[in-house]
Design a protein around this ligand. Structure first.
Ligand code: SAH
Ligand code: SF4
Length: 386
């Protein structure tokens, strides 16, 4: 049965977390309610984080009765919740059939960032990624994507005794958890619209970031439908190396990716692309790689964020020495590209990128993939070392 629909005797009830504000308006219209009622309803759900129709006091009793009969509000339920000594929080959400996805909250002085997942597993097969190694399970529904933010904001507000709907704890959202967001645009776009809508989460476009491994056609679609800030996982300065560590590059090589970045910049809320660059010891971390990167991006206004590899069990790849990362960073900065090194947060709770790995059902397939990918990883290392 479709997750978004629950049977109530003969009536199908809908999960309102699956709708953006336009969707709520359309649903209300179908049930004879005016658009301003839909706006009130959206605000109760997303600004007050309320899931009980009886608490929505400015809605008419008859409308509340209709809502109780026809609709519900349900976010995914966390299986575990971990708190790091540095304030980072990680929730593991059950999404059914033995699958789980993770969301991570990172508090900083001037912002609170929630990193959310868009798929259970991922089909892109990047060599360095523990989510990729699980293989693909399924796309998350809009309610499961939005539900991570809805749940986290509600929890954090409760704990901090916040009742004013304008006083929000999560100011930034990044789609950098599990999965490739651009492979699930049908569900991601309504979620992004809700994040941006003043009657939803009211976040500015600059504070919502989608991270992609480089699906060029879908980058154009994102730019048309919901142009938020874009981060591109680059991780290699040439096709030969990128082909080996990111299979997507065999389909969409770097010249196509750079052209797609330039097109995206025409609609982007920021005047630069953020390139994430994973630093893999002895693979892509040498000064010549940094110089090659400068040539690659010379026509793309950008910033770089260097991410030291987070090792995970069954991975043969390693993290470079700190000095190697600093030297790499210096070459890019001196070449005129603003570059930072990502701080690691939540180390004690495995909340870092690439360590997000929900349970998977098909362990046989996973084991087979691990053997193949371990072999591929050592091939890459051999190529680099020769
Ligand atoms: N699928 C999207 C977003 C999720 S991955 C993407 O690939 O961009 C978020 C980021 O974590 C990506 O930049 C990804 O390359 C990085 N990442 C994956 N595995 C990692 C690891 N083991 N250590 C550090 N970063 C990793
Ligand atoms: Fe998927 Fe991103 Fe991991 Fe690659 S890095 S396997 S695209 S989640």
């Amino acid at each position: 049965m479709n997750e978004s629909v629950m049977k109530n005797e003969t009536i199908e009830r809908v999960n309102l977390l699956n709708f953006d504000v336009e969707g709520i308006k359309a649903w209300c219209a179908e049930h004879g309610e005016k658009p301003f009622r839909a706006v009130q309803l959206a605000r109760w759900i997303h600004r007050y984080c309320i899931d009980d129709f009886e608490l929505m006091t400015n809605l008419a009793k008859s409308f509340r009765a209709k809502l109780n009969d026809l609709a519900y509000i349900k976010a995914p339920v966390p299986i575990t919740e971990k708190k790091s000594a540095d304030g980072t929080r990680k929730w593991l959400f059950d999404v059914g059939n033995g699958n789980a996805v993770e969301a991570v909250f990172i508090p900083e002085d001037d912002r609170g960032t929630l990193c959310i997942s868009t798929q259970a597993g991922c089909a892109m097969g990047c060599l360095f990624c523990s989510t990729g190694k699980q293989g693909f399970n399924r796309n998350l529904e809009t309610s499961e994507i939005v539900g991570q933010l809805w749940y986290a904001e509600r929890e954090l507000r409760r704990e901090n005794g916040i009742t004013d709907p304008n006083d929000r704890i999560i100011s930034n959202v990044v789609l950098m958890g599990m999965g490739e967001p651009l492979q699930n645009l049908d569900n991601v776009i309504p979620a992004l619209k809700l994040f941006l809508d003043d009657n939803g989460y009211g976040l500015s476009r600059r504070r919502v970031t989608v991270s992609t491994s480089g699906l060029v056609n879908q980058m154009d679609k994102l730019g048309e439908a919901a142009p938020v800030a874009l981060a591109v996982s680059l991780h290699a300065p040439n096709d030969e190396l990128r082909d080996k560590i990111m299979p997507v590059n065999r389909k969409h090589p770097l010249d196509q990716l750079m052209a797609a970045c330039r097109r995206y910049l025409k609609v982007a809320p920021r005047d630069f692309i953020t390139f994430e660059y994973l630093m893999l010891g002895g693979v892509n971390d040498q000064p010549e790689h940094a110089r090659e990167l400068l040539r690659l991006v010379r026509n793309v206004p950008c910033k770089f964020n260097l991410i030291p590899f987070n090792p995970f069990p069954d991975s043969d790849l390693t993290k470079p020495e700190r000095e190697t990362v600093v030297r790499f960073c210096k070459i890019l900065n001196e070449g005129g590209v603003v570059t930072t090194i990502r701080k690691t947060r939540g180390d004690d709770i495995d909340a870092a990128c690439g360590q997000l790995a929900g349970e998977v059902k098909d362990r046989t397939r996973r084991a087979e993939r691990l053997v193949i990918q371990k072999q591929e990883a050592s091939d890459v290392l051999n190529v680099q070392n020769n």
